[in-house]
Each structure stands twice: as C-alpha cells, then as structure tokens.
Design a protein. Structure first.
Length: 318
C-alpha cells in the first residue's frame, strides 16, 4: 500500500524537478533530514519570544498537544488508527516517553538551568549514544568510517561552540546533567524505533507516540499555564506558539520518523550536528553577525563527518 507521507515528500521534490533541480529518490531521506534540522534550528528564535510570556512547560504542552491533534486528524482522514500487533501499543507508549515526554521536559528544564553554549556542546553526545545503543541492540554496525565521521563532526561542533564559552560550574551541573540525559533519552528513541516505524508506517506510529505523550505533557502544561493571564497574551505570541507546534514540532518529528524508516539510526542522529551551523547562519542573516575562519573550518568538519556517516559503502567484490 502506498504511504501517503511518502507521496507528500515526492510531490515536494517534484516541484524542484520542474525547476530544473534533479534529486535522486534515494536522496529523499537525506533531504528530509536537512528539513528537520532547518525546522528545529528555527525553534530557538521563536521559542525565545514565547518564553518571555509563556512558561517553558506550558510551551511543551502546547507543542505536544497541538502536534498530537494535527496528526490524529490527518491519520483519521487517511485511515484508521488500529495497530495490527496489539503489543505495539505499549512499545509506542514507551517510545513516546523517551522520544518526546522525557526528551522535551529534560531539555526545557536543563536549558533553564545551564548556558545555551553548554546545551549545544553537550548535544554532541546524541550521535555517540545512538551509535553505541544501536550497536548493543544489533541495529548498527560499528564501521570505522562511521565512527570516524561522528568524531569528525563532533570535533566541528566543539570548534564552533568553543568549550571556553561553556560554563560547567556547580550551579549549572544539574542543568548539564539534564541535557546529557535528554540526549540519552532521544538516542534510545532513535536507535530503537526503526522496526516499529517500518511495521506500522511513520504516520501512524508518530501519531500514537504523540497521543501517548500528550496524555502527560498537556496536563502539566495546563497546570503551568494557570499562573498566566492568557487573555493578556498578544496575538503574535500565539502565532509563535502555533509555529513552534506545527513547523518546529509536527513537521520535523514526522519527517524524522519517515527518514528513520529508510536509513540507519546513526545517520538520523548525526544530522543533529548541523543545528549549530544553521543557528550561526541564521544569526548572520537575521542578526548581522559575521562569519570567521573558525566557522568555516568547523562547518567543513561537520559536513565532512555527516558525509562519511551517510555515505553508502560498496560491497567488495569476490
């Protein structure tokens, strides 16, 4: 049966073909992962404006709740929600804890306690955790070129962020620990979800994941929101909340799930290293910041690392 989300991806890239830009269908997952990082990369700009008015946990509740509603409506339109394997319900519930609930709450909590530079620096642990967990559970092979690619990209991020800008003082230790646990939580989700995504389809699986997560995050968000006079919140802030939910949550999570069903977990994880590059480029475009040799060198290392991890190895002839 034809996957409707695959059809949407194909339609998007058909416009590029009409414009004279040729894209091999095998490159669709890579293009989708690039779109994921662009979507996630725009969140800090919008989120910063929202968090001046809306509590962090309330924002998580909005993101998860709105995304769950959108996915539910879309899935009901294209078919039923029933899973053929009844055991997959609890598996998706468990994945929702690692991939969304724990991941989002730890990230928001950690970010509020530590520096942004610490957060970016500690994000280098995501692909490392993902590759390690994938190797342990047997879904990844620890190929030398892939390990080297991840180390190379991690080095680029460290060069870009510069550890001297990070602060690991005792006051921020809890926040740093929460970010590391957030990375581990997301890595568990990425490394262990491929089979169930293939079995049930990305759309249906991610719908259940967000519905399970919404059952926890929405009540917490509403409780957190009780201290805010919502009628006094400007319309622009609500538009930013909607953007954070749709463009920076629904689109990247669904695209990530679709790509994860088609490539190795470590490939999905290594694209996280592009987020600092996207953030710096956005600062150049919107804030007028300059690009130095440090940025160029770091970007070169990151793109080289991503290339090595995503590169297909040719089987050796006998």
């Amino acid at each position: 049966m034809t996957n409707s989300f695959s059809a949407i991806i194909a339609i998007r890239f058909s416009f590029l073909k009409l414009a004279g830009i040729k894209i091999d269908e095998k490159s669709y997952p890579i293009a989708a992962l690039l779109a994921v990082q662009l979507s996630f990369g725009s969140l800090p700009v919008v989120g910063k404006a929202v968090l001046t008015v809306i509590p962090a946990i309330a924002l998580v509740g909005f993101r998860v709740g709105i995304t769950a509603l959108i996915l539910l409506c879309f899935q009901r339109f294209r078919g039923n929600l029933r899973l053929e394997n009844s055991g997959d319900y609890w598996r998706l519930a468990l994945l929702s804890l690692f991939g969304v609930t724990i991941n989002q709450l730890l990230f928001v909590g950690g970010l509020s306690l530590t520096k942004a530079s610490n957060t970016s620096l500690l994000a280098v642990t995501i692909p490392i955790f993902t590759l390690s967990i994938g190797a342990i559970i047997g879904v990844e092979r620890l190929r030398t070129v892939k390990v080297f690619g991840i180390i190379l990209a991690a080095g680029g991020v460290i060069l870009l962020i510069d550890p001297r800008n990070a602060s690991f003082s005792s006051q921020r230790t809890l926040g740093d620990l929460m970010i590391v646990l957030n990375s581990l939580s997301y890595a568990i989700y990425v490394a262990s979800s491929k089979d169930i995504l293939l079995r049930n389809g990305a759309m249906k699986s991610i719908t259940w994941i967000f519905m399970f997560s919404a059952a926890i995050c929405v009540p917490l968000g509403l409780y957190s929101l009780s201290s805010v006079d919502i009628w006094a919140v400007e319309a622009l802030i609500w538009l930013f909340v909607l953007y954070a939910a749709v463009i920076a949550t629904t689109v990247p999570y669904l695209s990530n799930a679709w790509a994860l069903a088609r490539v190795n977990p470590s490939t999905v994880a290594v694209f996280v290293y592009l987020q600092p590059v996207i953030g710096f480029l956005m600062a150049v475009v919107f804030l007028g910041e300059s690009v130095g040799m440090n940025f160029i060198g770091a970007a070169a290392l990151i793109f080289a690392g991503v290339y090595l991890v995503t590169k297909k190895t040719r089987p050796s002839g006998n």
